[in-house]
Design a protein around this ligand. Structure first.
Ligand SMILES: [Fe+2]
Ligand SMILES: [Fe+2]
Length: 147
């Protein structure tokens, strides 16, 4: 497996969890569970992806801007989750923020897969693509276990 395949596995889960979240209603068990699932997935993925994809890419001149951009979007998603944590789940503004988060997740993943992966593919060699995949996977699993 290479790093792109490893990252995409979580991306597909994120899309599913984000879509499921905005179908939930009020302060329900479904919403609590759907949110917990998305938050854990996003946070585990973000940390592992930053450590074993974006930080290594920053070694290259052509990897700096894309890494900064992606990491700043991770931060934006974190802030949306902080807002959700501080908002009453039964209030309409909770769902409004969840929808914004879902849109941001979809936008971010699309940009990574369609733009950043192409650039990274030219910067990393085959050996790096493989070793980063296993390092990413290990970190991702550890992060998820701690969530
Ligand atoms: Fe990602
Ligand atoms: Fe990302």
């Amino acid at each position: 497996m290479n790093i792109f395949e490893a990252l995409r596995e979580s991306h597909d889960r994120q899309r599913g969890y984000a879509d499921a979240l905005i179908q939930t209603h009020g302060d329900s068990k479904e919403r609590v569970e759907a949110y917990k699932q998305l938050k854990a997935e996003l946070q585990a993925h973000e940390t592992a992806e930053e450590r074993f994809f974006y930080i290594p890419l920053m070694q290259f001149d052509n990897g700096i801007d894309l890494s900064r951009h992606a990491i700043s979007e991770h931060h934006e998603m974190d802030e949306m989750m902080e807002e959700l944590d501080e908002t009453d789940m039964s209030s309409p503004s909770w769902l409004a923020t969840a929808k914004k988060l879902s849109e941001k997740v979809h936008h971010h993943l699309k940009e990574e897969e369609q733009k950043f992966f192409q650039s990274a593919g030219k910067l990393l060699d085959d050996k790096q693509k493989e070793s980063l995949a296993s390092e990413y996977q290990k970190e991702y699993e550890e992060q998820l276990a701690e969530a």
